[in-house]
Design a protein around this ligand. Structure first.
Ligand SMILES: C[S@@+](CC[C@H](N)C(=O)[O-])C[C@H]1O[C@@H](n2cnc3c(N)ncnc32)[C@H](O)[C@@H]1O
Length: 226
């Protein structure tokens, strides 16, 4: 890996406000039932008992996007990783309310799970509003760096898609620069509308709604793995 500092460290908060009783029960009962196993390969067979089109979301926040996509595509398998406890509870709540059977979660570092996915096994990888790390000296911590991108590229099948959303102008410029330097991804934008208007099937997350309320612009990037 080119960038082990980003791969190997988790940054930021892991828990926020105290959980209510029902939320604690979700964590105790539903999470173990749908957790990614702690060891071994992470593929359709081990997670869902057979081959499936697989999607992977890095840092799913409260899980709105993951749950929406899983509901939309019930025959596909969805893997989400998020270290933030209250976010995991949010995702579990969506899974229960929508009665989703095609979602598996990991409470922790997405890259640790991604490493265990066989090469070329994923059809989609989502990275929505990654932590911006706006200071230049923290740029190495940004998820959009060649180390994590090499891993994402390895796990996507040719023709698979990497979706990235951000409302942070610095991150937008940074990721465009990093992605443009890569030969293994093709940017699927033909006009400005393709990255200024949220594509169909890409729901708004709570984070994005908050960003819009603050008057931020949001940019949507879709890249095809060559
Ligand atoms: C700004 S939030 C956006 C959340 C969500 N994607 C959304 O759009 O609402 C960034 C999220 O990335 C998560 N995150 C940061 N590093 C991560 C990592 N290595 N693996 C998984 N999630 C990570 C954080 O915990 C946080 O919830």
């Amino acid at each position: 890996m080119n960038d082990p500092t980003t791969i190997r460290r988790l940054y930021g908060r892991r828990s926020g406000h105290k959980l209510r009783q029902g939320q604690a029960a979700l964590l105790e009962e539903l999470l173990p039932a749908i957790s990614v196993p702690e060891e071994g390969p992470v593929d359709g067979r081990t997670l869902f008992g057979g081959d499936r089109t697989l999607h992977f979301e890095i840092g799913f926040g409260s899980g709105e996007h993951l749950a929406f996509r899983a509901d939309l595509l019930p025959d596909h398998g969805f893997i989400g990783a998020e270290p933030f406890l209250n976010g995991v509870v949010g995702a579990l709540t969506h899974v229960r309310e929508r009665r989703l059977t095609n979602v598996r979660l990991h409470m922790g570092d997405a890259l640790e799970v991604l490493e265990r996915v066989p090469d070329g096994a994923l059809s989609f990888v989502y990275l929505l509003h990654p932590d911006p790390w706006p200071k230049a000296r923290h740029a190495k911590r940004r998820m959009v760096n060649h180390g994590p991108l090499d891993l994402i590229a390895a796990k996507l099948k040719p023709g698979g898609e990497f979706r990235l959303g951000t409302d942070d102008p610095t991150y937008c410029r940074w990721s465009t620069m990093i992605m443009n330097a890569r030969e293994d991804f093709e940017w699927l934008a033909e006009s400005a509308a393709d990255f200024l208007i949220r594509p169909g099937g890409w729901p708004e997350t709570r984070y994005e709604a908050k960003a819009r309320r603050k008057g931020h612009e949001v940019w949507y990037f879709r890249y095809r793995r060559r």
